[in-house]
Write a protein that binds this ligand. Sequence first.
Ligand code: ADP
Length: 225
Amino acid sequence: MKISSHPFPFIVLEGIDGSGKSTLLKGVQKYLEDKRVPFYITAEPTDLEYGKRIRRILDHGGRDEDGNKVAAEDLQRLYILDRLNHRKSEGEFLKTMAVISDRDWESTLAYAMAFGVNPRWVIDEHARLASEAGIELFFSNLTLIVDITPEEALRRQKAMGKILDYFESDIAKRGKLREAYLSLPAVLRQLLPDIPFNIKVIDGMRPPEEVLQSVLLHLEPLLIR
Ligand code: ADP
């Protein structure tokens, strides 16, 4: 496993639901269009086979079609399988333009930790399934974690009238997820010391324009050459 060595950067936005990722992506999109930088924006989970299965489970309170609770590892494995499908198309785009993804494997790592799954298992499972499928696994050139409190995330989602899934309505779980995200740089340094991850935490509690400006500060050196 290595950092993407494609000609164009692979950039990932992470953070708890309601942290402002979609809002930021719209701002980034407008900025790149104005600068005439070719880019491709994508998201996980995808609309492919495993992504659809994940959404069905989330919409059914974490249960499968037979009503059985899906174990934390089994759910995370579906995200990994969805990602491997996604990697095939992402890799192609990275040959011709920058790719910016709303979530990537850092989500799997953070959610797994919030559910009490060992992050080492997540890394090993990625490697195992990627090698089984013969798919190249690569990491982002830059990951931006948008950090806000779970209370503020909930407030924003309620204000926009969002119907919350079983995870989103659990404020304690969301707090754990936030902590897991904040611990990612240290966890990765410990578990994968040879990989030079580039992870920055962005304060998402500020007004949208200010958050966008701090994101652009990190993106510009990679995208405007
Ligand atoms: P995510 O994609 O991370 O789930 P969204 O971008 O959909 O989050 O944001 C959730 C809600 O919060 C939206 O209604 C959005 O307009 C609002 N919002 C996003 N960023 C900010 C911000 N910096 N300050 C206040 N409200 C915000």
